[in-house]
Design a protein around this ligand. Structure first.
Ligand code: C2E
Ligand code: CA
Ligand code: CA
Length: 325
């Protein structure tokens, strides 16, 4: 009932559980997080009963885990609200394909030097009567945590290839692949099926992979990427310039393109060093034979600067918004 007592109790528990343990000839340290719920915060029937307290504590501990390090976090009613939204989105995702609430949109990509259209990036959209438009930034992580990404990801590949199979052969389609699809080991089969069913030539398909895909279990990912390259697909490293962005990725994995993140491009205006770093990055890319796409080109100024520095392709709201088939 008393927040202060709850807090000191949580701290005591964390401290006790974190004490190093000597085991064989090693010292083990346990990673602990705690969620704290107060009886006063349990609303509705059964106020403060054990199961609603545990439920609230369970929501709170997720916050503690997200913060990283050994931590405790208090439950607050906003957590219940975000948990409910998560469940609503999960339900909508479960039937989204059948109900036609999920669609692929296509954002054009232009060649920087000539402004010629060279292809599109396929981006998933979800809209339901109850929730309205939900951003992929919100629903993709939920699809990943719940395992639904396997089905959605396979469908995205198929649908993007289906649409692109009606385009002239010089236009490519880029499809985002979730790290979870690599960990599940299903990408190669999904790509193979999509290409076969739609008769899209493999060289018109580009797969966008993020750093988190290659970070974990990199040997298995490398094998899958090589198999995809063998099929004839292009492979782009997405969101470069965020996270660790190790240069070693550039030669360890069979990438054909580097996509420089929007945040990095945006920094050019405010950070004098960003332009120099970008310049060096482009020269490294050129050296290892990688093409470069600059994402999120907004003002004309940035477009000129980025093109002037030698980026090959441009994509951004300034350049064109995503559109339907
Ligand atoms: P991403 O792969 O980095 O995609 C680029 C995002 O930046 C898209 O947002 C695009 O609309 C947006 N964007 C492009 N240019 C600009 C610009 O100039 N200004 C601004 N403000 N935004 C710009 P979107 O469609 O909301 O997608 C967000 C993220 O969701 C994607 O980031 C990608 O990580 C994920 N995502 C979207 N569709 C899929 C999908 O089919 N599969 C998977 N696994 N992830 C997807
Ligand atoms: Ca992308
Ligand atoms: Ca990106």
């Amino acid at each position: 009932t008393d927040p202060l007592t709850a807090m000191t109790t949580a701290q005591d528990i964390l401290k006790a559980l974190q004490a190093p343990v000597d085991w064989l000839d090693r010292t083990l340290v346990i990673d602990v997080d705690a969620g704290v719920a107060l009886a006063a915060d349990c609303d509705g029937e059964g106020e403060g009963d054990a199961s609603s307290l545990l439920h609230n504590a369970d929501l709170a501990v997720k916050t503690a885990i997200q913060r990283g390090g050994a931590n405790y976090a208090f439950y607050n009613p906003a957590l219940a609200k975000s948990a409910k939204r998560r469940i609503d989105i999960l339900n909508a995702l479960q039937q989204g394909l059948e109900k036609g609430h999920i669609e692929m949109y296509f954002q054009p990509i232009f060649e920087a030097s000539t402004c010629k259209l060279v292809g599109f990036e396929a981006l998933m959209r979800m809209q339901t009567p109850e929730l309205g438009q939900v951003s992929p930034v919100e629903f993709i992580p939920i699809a990943e945590e719940s395992g639904l990404i396997a089905k959605l990801g396979a469908w995205a590949l198929f649908d993007a290839c289906r649409v692109a199979s009606n385009w002239p052969p010089y236009l490519t389609v880029a499809v985002n692949i979730s790290p979870e699809q690599f960990y599940a080991g299903t990408v190669t089969t999904d790509v193979h099926h999509a290409l076969q069913l739609t008769s899209l030539p493999a060289n018109q398909l580009e797969l966008e992979v993020t750093e988190s895909s290659v970070l974990k279990d990199s040997e298995s990912v490398q094998i899958q990427l090589l198999a995809l390259q063998e099929l004839g697909c292009g492979i782009a490293l997405d969101d470069f310039g965020t996270g660790y962005s190790s240069l070693s990725y550039l030669w360890k994995f069979p990438f054909s393109k580097l996509k420089i993140d929007r945040a990095f491009i945006a920094a050019m205006d405010s950070t004098p060093d960003a332009k120099g770093i970008l310049e060096s990055l482009l020269s490294v890319a050129q050296h290892v034979g990688l093409e470069v796409t600059a994402e999120g080109i907004e003002p004309q100024e940035q477009q000129n600067v980025v093109a002037g520095l030698g980026a090959h392709f441009l994509k951004g709201l300034h350049v064109r918004r995503p559109m339907r088939e």
